[in-house]
Design a protein around this ligand. Sequence first.
Ligand SMILES: Nc1ncnc2c1ncn2[C@@H]1O[C@H](COP(=O)(O)OP(=O)(O)OP(=O)(O)O)[C@@H](O)[C@H]1O
Ligand SMILES: [Mg+2]
Length: 279
Amino acid sequence: MLTLSQVNKRYPTGDRALTDIELTLPRGQVMALIGPSGAGKSTLIRCVNRLVEPTSGSIRLEETELTRLSGNALRRARRAMAMIFQEYALVDRLTVMENVLSGRLGYVGFWRSFLRRYPADDIAEAFRLLERVGLPHAMDKRADALSGGQRQRVGIARALIQRPRLLLVDEPTASLDPKTSRQIMRLIRELCAERKLAAIINIHDVALAQQFADRIVGLRAGEIVFDGKPGELDADTLTTIYGEEEWDTRVQEEEAPSAAASAAPAPATPLTLATGGAR
Ligand SMILES: Nc1ncnc2c1ncn2[C@@H]1O[C@H](COP(=O)(O)OP(=O)(O)OP(=O)(O)O)[C@@H](O)[C@H]1O
Ligand SMILES: [Mg+2]
């Protein structure tokens, strides 16, 4: 449903962030995009929704060539692509309900949303979504009264009320503790399955990527250096993506099971990655 072909991005500073990216995302696929800081992950997803202008190349969402759109046509195309951010990007002084409804901005128009006159259908859908993401009792709370995990749930509900076909997710768990991170990734994964959404999820935590994605793409210095199934990601591949030096200190190989432990069925443990600083 999404095809990137020969996509390049060079920032005005001269930084070459993406080089000849070729990527096809089928409908409903959840793809994790991994790679070291500065590899170009955020640039790639921002080129898709044109928050960043690619320097050259083609990006097609179904039949629409996104790189040539402007004005109303671009706004319409953006409705189909919802973003979920690391910092949630909620409006603190608004309630949870208002934050969720702001996801309809692309449909109801600025003044109507400014006056908070949303159609009844949108409000009903916001109720349903808040229930689905596990916040049925928080709708009247101000966004700044929520925990990080709750704020991300609001961010997810706001993305879904847009009725997108594609989710663009930039480090959804970077500010969350490990347990909350898993819950958030599981929720995104389940919602993609329920709504047949494709997703690109930028994520630093390789174990989480392996557990929740259908496919993993590794970026290094703006180039795709790995594209495969989560199970195909081994220590060698991780070295290719992250580089030897950085990697040696970060990855712990699985220990061979002891005789006693091997009596029990071995769980499919993903490679453990101790994530360093979030950015
Ligand atoms: N607005 C900008 N202007 C100039 N250069 C930029 C800009 N944004 C990103 N870059 C450069 O482009 C490259 C890719 O950055 P990008 O933010 O896409 O990486 P990333 O993989 O998302 O990193 P992180 O994991 O730290 O979020 C880096 O070299 C970065 O310095
Ligand atoms: Mg980034």
